[in-house]
Design a protein around this ligand. Structure first.
Ligand code: 5GP
Ligand code: MN
Length: 335
């Protein structure tokens, strides 16, 4: 593969490398970055992982997280790091606005930019691009790249923990349709390093605060609306509720999936509001394309998981959403 030989060439001599993933990094953004980080360090490079914003506490048990810098905590050193790097790896995003204010220093940096991502509709901003929208996760892509580099024997437990967390979270614990035989073969290889998968699952899924659980309870009792005529369930969650339960970054992760966990529901939606805008999360099943629907809210994403945003008020967004449901009624009504 031509890209792999180019990457080999770039990594042939020791380099200063920065790794960045998208803002509000999720399990795959953090996990794939850490997997790549431990690999590149092993190859003898000087590597710095910088996330544009902070991320959920439950990801902070993964090996290497203590070495991750948060861009917003020291903007100047983060910018300097990008400006002075030889290589910048961009992971789990493909539109430069996803790294907020760090887009500019990255684009202006003389560094060679390497993009590794599995989202649709990529922007063409990198010098070397690894894209596969059919891949389960960026973690899977990093794993494949390491193998294609001929470095399967270098996969150790630290790398494996990050990659496992990435593929686990992006496949909904190995249940989404992206969970191919290749994903399970990868996981088998990762397990050979001796990682403790029970601990990784518990750290990520059984590590929430009491407030977060009560917040979920509040959302289910007071915010959830079920519309059988559209086979849709949705929740509207406004700012005061987040404040009441001291909700932090990552605490709403997975909330939208509960809407889709209902019997006879094909479309699950979460509409939230922060101080700047309204954010929508869409999850679908079967033949209903969440990413098509998301286009009505300046968004996009995957077929079954998409998102969007709006500058209108929460009430206006909900009204628009309900009008759209009526338009999509036939498409939503399948068994
Ligand atoms: P979530 O609902 O977890 O925030 O987002 C699910 C997926 O939808 C993300 O992985 C991303 O691909 C996509 N997505 C979320 N928000 C946006 C958005 O505002 N614009 C676009 N184009 N995609 C989004
Ligand atoms: Mn991902």
């Amino acid at each position: 593969m031509e890209q792999i030989s180019k990457l080999k060439e770039l990594l042939h001599t020791p380099k200063r490398i920065a790794i960045i993933a998208h803002q509000k990094p999720d399990g795959d953004a953090i996990g794939s970055s850490l997997g790549l980080y431990h690999y590149l360090v092993q190859l003898g490079h000087r590597v710095k992982v910088i996330m544009p914003t902070d991320y959920a506490e439950n990801l902070k048990e993964l090996p290497g997280t203590s070495d991750i810098a948060i861009g917003t905590e020291d903007i100047d050193s983060a910018k300097w790091e990008f400006e002075s790097s030889d290589l910048i790896f961009c992971l789990d995003f493909n539109a430069i606005h996803r790294v907020n204010e760090f887009g500019k220093p990255i684009m202006e940096s003389p560094a060679v930019k390497i993009l590794i991502d599995h989202h649709l509709e990529p922007e063409d901003f990198a010098d070397l691009t690894f894209l596969d929208s059919t891949a389960s996760s960026t973690a899977e892509m990093v794993f494949r790249i390491i193998q294609a580099m001929g470095d399967d024997d270098k996969i150790n437990a630290d790398m494996a923990a990050g990659l496992y967390a990435g593929v686990m979270t992006d496949t909904g614990s190995f249940r989404f349709s992206s969970t191919t035989p290749a994903v399970h073969r990868m996981v088998a290889r990762l397990l050979e390093t001796g990682i403790n998968v029970t601990k990784i699952h518990e750290d990520i899924y059984d590590n929430y605060t009491e407030n977060r659980l009560r917040f979920l309870g509040h959302c289910f009792s007071h915010c959830l609306k079920v519309l059988p005529e559209y086979k849709t369930a949705y929740m509207v969650v406004d700012r005061p509720i987040f404040k009441k339960y001291y909700i932090k970054a990552g605490d709403t992760e997975g909330l939208v999936n509960y809407a889709l966990s209902l019997k006879n529901i094909n479309f699950g939606v979460l509409i939230t509001s922060n101080d700047e805008m309204v954010k929508l999360s869409f999850r679908s099943r079967g033949s209903f394309a969440a990413n098509e629907f998301a286009k009505h809210f300046n968004g996009g994403g995957h077929f079954y998981a998409a998102g969007g945003k709006s500058k209108e008020s929460l009430e206006e967004v909900e009204k628009k959403f309900l009008t759209l449901l009526e338009q999509y009624k036939d498409q939503l009504n399948f068994a």
